[in-house]
Write a protein that binds this ligand. Structure first.
Ligand SMILES: Cc1ncc(COP(=O)(O)O)c(C=O)c1O
Length: 354
């Protein structure tokens, strides 16, 4: 019997193949060998936190999405592009256009490189230099826009992305804030992984909310399995999410600029299912940056700025945890994207965070 590599990697086929049928060149690496980088997305580790929350009851685990080639956004990038291809919205030779704080752009640029699309992105001027360099290294064209303007301003990164999508022939505007395939990607992969990794014992899920895709997709799956699981959303001071969740009022007057990347919003996105989120904690730049440093020192784990926000949120609601709780905190990206910021004392001093 001869089989193609592509078929060989399909799960069902894999189960049926006997050891002697595995080609020799692939044997030593069989479990972790992939036909392309996109197939290596997902199946990220869940790691117990042993020291950082010693003073708080409960069992704390961190879902390290830095185990992806880029970040947690690789999952949505792959899912959204394949869905667009299936619908016929993105065709051969087309251009992927998106407004991104960096990580979604990385995932999209990776998908585009494998599949042969052009990528044009807009981003905010507060993006870390490491993220901007990574986008350009993957061949994306990036326009940097001011972060201090409102979402409706024609100079904002949203407005510029929409404009570029209109101007470029064959453009597909991904629109992660409103494209439901964003949340669907997490429903499809992130959530079932967490459910399996905790053997269904999870009682709390904690995630920073930006587009809302992660928290909403994961929450939908978990609440279907067990409606009693607590979903804690993490918002940034200067963002509208917490107030909107509590009052139903979209209050633009509370919007102010902050340093956290990917956390909070100055719009209400179509991917945030507020009814699935039990509560929001609102955290600031300083406490989030210090949590990033603390988890590195106490657990040996390098995480990004928004993970610091999620870890900080644990302290905000600490009196709600019980000794038997199993709390999963999602860590979207790796600390190595923030060496020039959180791990740089000069930057920390300049921003008044030290
Ligand atoms: C670093 C980082 N953390 C958290 C988030 C928030 O995730 P979501 O957009 O799924 O709400 C993002 C989104 O851009 C991000 O880039």
């Amino acid at each position: 019997m001869t089989i193609t590599l592509e078929k060989w990697f399909k799960k069902e086929t894999y189960k049926k193949i006997r050891e002697e049928q595995i080609p020799d060149f692939i044997k030593p690496y069989s479990a972790r060998t992939y036909p392309n980088i996109l197939k290596s997305i997902g199946n990220t580790p869940l790691v117990r936190l042993n020291r950082i929350f010693e003073d708080i009851p409960g069992n704390f685990y961190i879902k390290l999405e830095s185990g992806n080639p880029g970040s947690t956004k690789d999952r949505i990038a792959h899912f959204m592009i394949e869905a667009a291809e299936k619908r016929g919205d993105l065709k051969t030779g087309g251009t992927i256009v998106e407004a991104t704080s960096g990580n979604t752009g990385f995932g999209l640029a990776m998908v585009a490189a494998v599949k042969g699309y052009r990528c044009v992105f807009t981003t905010k001027d507060k993006i870390s230099p490491e993220k901007l360099a990574a986008l350009r290294a993957l061949g994306a064209e990036v326009e940097v826009c001011p972060s201090s303007v409102s979402s409706s301003d024609p100079r904002s990164y949203y407005a510029r992305a929409k404009q570029l999508a209109k101007e470029i022939p064959g453009a597909y505007y991904v629109n992660q804030n409103f494209n439901r395939d964003n949340a669907n990607a997490h429903y499809d992969s992130t959530a079932p992984e967490i459910w399996r990794q905790t053997h269904g014992h999870i009682t709390w899920f904690v995630a920073a909310s930006g587009t809302g895709g992660t928290i909403s997709g994961v929450a939908r799956f978990l609440k279907e399995e067990n409606p009693n699981i607590n979903i804690l959303g993490v918002d940034a001071k200067g963002s509208v999410l917490k107030k909107y969740h509590e009052t139903g009022v979209f209050d633009e007057s509370i919007v102010e600029s902050y340093l956290l990347e990917g956390v909070g919003k100055n719009i209400i996105t179509g991917n945030t299912d507020f009814d699935l989120i039990d509560q929001f904690a609102q955290v600031n730049d300083k406490e989030s940056a210090h949590m990033v440093r603390e988890v590195a020192h106490k657990e040996g784990i390098l995480v990004g700025f928004s993970t610091g926000a999620a870890l900080s949120a644990i302290r905000h609601v600490k009196e709600q945890f019980k000794p038997d709780d199993v709390i999963v905190i999602l860590s979207p990206d790796h600390g190595n994207l923030y060496f020039s910021k959180i791990f740089n004392d000069d930057w920390m001093k300049e921003k008044g965070l030290l």
